[in-house]
Ligand binder design. Structure first.
Ligand code: MN
Length: 415
């Protein structure tokens, strides 16, 4: 019989087709795109707490926010820029002079200048022509470069834009001194294969030294698409802790990082064993619970209940786990319930050095199963109800909105 192979062996054999960058610079978007998630907002102090933990994990670049949004947002960027964090601080702005000014004044060393590229965005949102977009972009890049900033040039909705325009716009950005180009799949429509085609063409036409992707999870493909880009040499993936972000979120930081380390053997330089702490902190501060079955950081990702599985795990954890829970700062959990088998019960009894007779053991296993099957689901039902009540309409309620409006004398019907 052939020796069983570890997951790493399968993947390492196909590394020939992969061209990972020498150094991957994780670009965290939790404090910007993550915060743009409906219902989520961070105070400057909360942003700092998260930024400190991101720094401990070793994330080299943090998008702190868009300073022109509000005074509070500008204060947040300033707070992070002045905190002496190990990570570089980036702030974002549109291709308008006052946005770039706000970033320059914020103390951030890096800027992301963003503009939409697709026809649907240009026509309906920006109401700008392609020529106007190119002119505004190059002027903004020049303004930021003159102030000594590291400039990432981001196009929104890149993949739905005409390719020739994307090429022209990025070429102009590079000529104006942009240090890094960012390709966005703003509405999450790429698949790994289409993105591979797209990015191969992007690299062939533009030869960027340093480039990022910004992937959304509308079809659950953000991580897969981000990994595809990294396989092709992307240097700086955009990620969010717990996959937070607009709509269905962005590529999850922990999933991209651990997939690189465990599936491809790529060293990220991150302290992955701190990822669970980071996930828990963001869960608390954002107030967005991590799904029980979320990869790596969900409660179930290293839990086992089924008899056959626990038996295998107790014999050798490789049977039913692709990596050790300690790799992300977690512990394995054995769950006792309806699906429990003998092996798990024997293991549990070791805690008190109990040695039952065969009949006792058989009876104990049956009783555990019965107890599991008979457990009331009422508490979980109440939790689901509460969860729905809180999340079906996050943000301010209808009643609150109309109260504010009426105080201002708006929308008060006087029949
Ligand atoms: Mn986004």
């Amino acid at each position: 019989m052939a020796t069983p192979r570890l997951v790493e062996d399968f993947h390492h054999e196909t590394l020939r087709d992969r061209h990972f960058a020498e150094r991957i610079v994780f670009w965290d978007e939790t404090l910007r795109d993550g915060e743009q998630m409906p219902g989520v907002h961070f105070t400057p102090e909360e942003k700092l707490r998260i930024a400190e933990k991101l720094g401990e994990v070793g994330i080299p670049l943090l998008n702190a926010g868009i300073p022109v949004v509000s005074d509070e947002e500008a204060r947040a960027v300033r707070l992070l820029a002045d905190a002496g964090l190990p990570s570089k601080i980036l702030a974002a702005g549109r291709t308008v002079p006052r946005d770039i000014d706000a970033v320059i004044r914020s103390g951030a060393s890096h800027i992301a200048i963003f503009v939409a590229a697709s026809e649907v965005h240009l026509r309906y949102k920006l109401k700008m022509t392609q020529d106007e977009v190119v002119a505004a972009s190059t002027a903004s890049i020049a303004q930021a470069k003159a102030a000594g900033l590291h400039v990432a040039f981001v196009t929104e909705d890149t993949v739905r834009a005409p390719f020739d325009f994307v090429e022209r716009l990025y070429q102009a950005a590079l000529e104006s001194g942009a240090d890094r180009l960012v390709v966005s799949d703003t509405v999450g429509i790429m698949t790994p294969l289409t993105f591979r085609w797209y990015l191969t063409e992007f690299v062939r036409r533009l030869h960027p030294r340093d480039w990022s992707v910004h992937c959304h999870n509308d079809f659950g493909l953000a991580v897969a698409n981000t990994l595809t880009a990294l396989e092709l040499g992307a240097t700086s993936p955009h990620v969010c802790v717990n996959g937070l972000g607009e709509r269905a979120g962005n590529a999850s930081l922990e999933e991209v990082a651990v997939a690189l380390e465990s599936l491809y053997g790529v060293r990220t330089g991150l302290k992955t064993e701190k990822l669970y702490e980071l996930s828990r902190l963001v869960e608390e501060v954002a107030g967005v619970p991590v799904a029980v079955n979320k990869s790596l950081v969900g409660y179930n990702s290293f839990s086992h209940e089924a008899g056959i599985h626990t038996h295998g795990i107790l014999a050798n954890t490789l049977t039913y786990e692709p990596l050790q829970p300690e790799a992300v700062g977690r512990k394995r959990q054995m769950i006792l319930g309806k699906h429990t088998g003998r092996a798990a019960v024997i293991e549990k009894l070791k805690e008190r050095e109990a040695r039952p007779t065969d009949t006792q053991l058989e009876e104990l296993v049956q009783q555990v199963k019965l107890r599991g099957e008979g457990r009331s689901k009422a508490e979980y039902g109440r939790f689901v109800e509460e969860y729905r009540r809180l999340y079906e309409q996050p943000g301010i309620s209808d009643a609150e909105f109309w109260e504010i409006a009426q105080k201002l004398g708006i929308g008060t019907r006087t029949a």
